[in-house]
Write a protein that binds this ligand. Structure first.
Ligand code: AHR
Length: 490
């Protein structure tokens, strides 16, 4: 019998809702054919796919990153404004395709408003210039009688877009990146971008370009850019055909966050930096099957992948004082929870934990005590950009616990990573009691490899009510499942 003990007074910190953020890149069918499908009967008059918008709303994303990703390092944002028929169609070298520029800054910001999310723009530090980045901030946020602010007005946007979050380049360390840089060169360049961008609008928040949080790149960038930035980014993707490696690999995010926290603390101490710096984990997901540009990264997700995604969200909750922003990469079609065809859409397995956690995780994170079987990895879990795994052993049950401010509502997210055995568990409360009906939302399927498809949902959400007496609840978490328990407390 496994045991989970919860004391509502043992708080870890505050869960920032921005960890439920998303990301859309000009890549494959993410934007064109996903978010934006001009002329489709499924789109509204602006070209936004209505069915995608509805599904995306379910994910309650508080912010949305754009336009890349690798794409941004060759993107000149001025190509994507003004009358659509005049916008240049260009060769696109990040994903070896063509870019029509029919979806640009104004379309993106408008989409964010319709979706109810904050825009987060990453600037081009590959082929771009300081001037371009400065002008982008001025175009979006300028209120004066200046060229770029006036151009925005001419383009039909009298009021500023007020884009608060800006990223200083994407994965500038990688040889795959257009205009890749050595760390020393990146910090010199990024510092100058940061200065003019903040001088243009001092209210914006900047994100430095990080790697996995564990590297010399991260150390140098954090040290040198700490005076200028509010967040340091981390990108780690994981995934494996082996179920155990797949579901345990997200613990590498745990290690990355611990490490980067120490790096940030040290840099703030050494540099006497007063302002807080947190992690923007601005690309994360399971991604290992469709890695080539030709595949357009159309990963088809399994139940096992859904468990990995739920584990990531639990990791973010447990590290809530370090990670304040996270962006699932990506939102539609490209390594995404929402998958479209010309006339249909289906929700991938990973959609369900994303939706449930965004809906039910509460603001106060608790330190859940978990006693259960453990599992150690025998081979390195596959992760990218680093394949050096933390091998465990890890708890088979991955748990996060959150409550509301008043302590009258508790959410447990329990991921039973065992592919074959249910986990009979006692959940015990200290200095609190269950009060009334508990709702259990369960995501499982008939095998770890189960996938969804058009018109065929093998992995969905089932809902049932549980009753608990006083301070204790016994529950059997099914093999290979995610359970979100929402419980009123007395
Ligand atoms: O999300 C897909 C790609 O992964 C992004 O373009 C890039 O930033 C990362 O390598």
């Amino acid at each position: 019998m496994a045991r989970i003990k919860i004391d509502p007074d043992r708080t870890v910190g505050t869960l920032d809702r921005r960890v439920f953020g998303g990301f859309i890149e000009h890549l494959g069918r993410c934007i064109y054919g996903g978010v934006f499908d001009e002329g489709s009967p499924l789109s509204d008059e602006r070209g936004y796919r209505r069915d995608v918008l509805e599904a995306a709303k379910g994910l309650r994303m508080p912010l949305l990153r754009w336009p890349g990703g690798n794409f941004v390092s060759g993107y000149h944002w001025t190509d994507g404004i003004g009358p659509r028929e005049k916008r240049p169609r260009k060769i696109e070298l990040a994903w070896f395709t063509e870019e029509s520029n029919r979806f640009g800054t104004d379309e993106f910001v408008e989409y964010c408003r319709v979706l109810g999310t904050e825009p987060y723009i990453c600037v081009n530090m590959g082929t771009g210039t300081i001037d371009e980045a400065q002008a982008w901030v001025e175009y979006c946020n300028g209120t004066g009688d200046t060229y770029w602010a006036n151009l925005r007005r001419e383009n039909g946007h009298e009021e500023p877009h007020n884009v608060k979050y800006w990223g200083l380049g994407n994965e500038m360390y990688g040889e795959w990146q257009i205009g890749a840089l050595e760390a020393e060169d990146y910090v010199k360049k990024a510092r100058e971008y940061a200065k003019v961008m903040k001088w243009t609008d001092p209210s914006i928040q900047l994100v430095s370009c990080g790697l996995s949080g564990l590297t010399d790149w991260d150390r140098l960038v954090v040290e040198k850019l700490a005076p200028f930035v509010d967040y340091h980014s981390v990108h780690i993707y994981t995934g494996s055909d082996d179920h155990w490696s797949n579901v345990l690999a997200p613990h590498q995010a745990d290690r990355a966050l611990r490490t980067v926290r120490a790096t940030i603390d040290r840099a703030r101490f050494e540099g006497r930096i007063d302002h807080p710096i947190h992690v923007a984990y601005d690309e994360w997901n399971v991604w290992f099957r469709e890695r080539t540009a030709e595949s357009e990264l159309e990963e088809h997700y399994t139940l096992s992948d859904a468990l990995a995604v739920a584990t990531y969200l639990n990791v973010f909750a447990r590290n809530c004082e370090t990670v304040k922003i996270a962006n699932l990469a990506q939102m539609v079609n490209v390594i995404a929870p929402i998958f479209t065809s010309e006339d249909d859409l289906f929700l991938q397995t990973i959609y369900h934990p994303l939706r449930l956690c965004a809906e039910h995780m509460l603001p106060v994170v608790l330190d859940a005590y978990v006693e259960c079987e453990k599992h150690a990895l025998e081979d390195e879990a596959s992760s990218w950009p680093h394949r050096v795994a933390d091998m465990g052993p890890f708890d088979v049950l991955d748990v996060s616990a959150t409550r509301d401010e008043s302590g009258s509502d508790l959410t447990l997210v329990v991921v039973n990573r065992d592919p074959e055995r249910e986990a009979r568990t006692t959940i015990a409360l200290t200095d609190a009691a269950f009060a009334g009906t508990i709702t259990a939302y369960e995501v499982t399927g008939d095998e770890p490899g189960a996938k969804n498809d058009f018109g065929h949902e093998r992995v969905g959400v089932s809902e049932r009510s549980l009753t608990a007496e006083g301070t204790s609840l016994e529950h059997a978490f099914p093999a290979c499942s995610i359970t979100v328990l929402r419980a009123p407390l007395a």
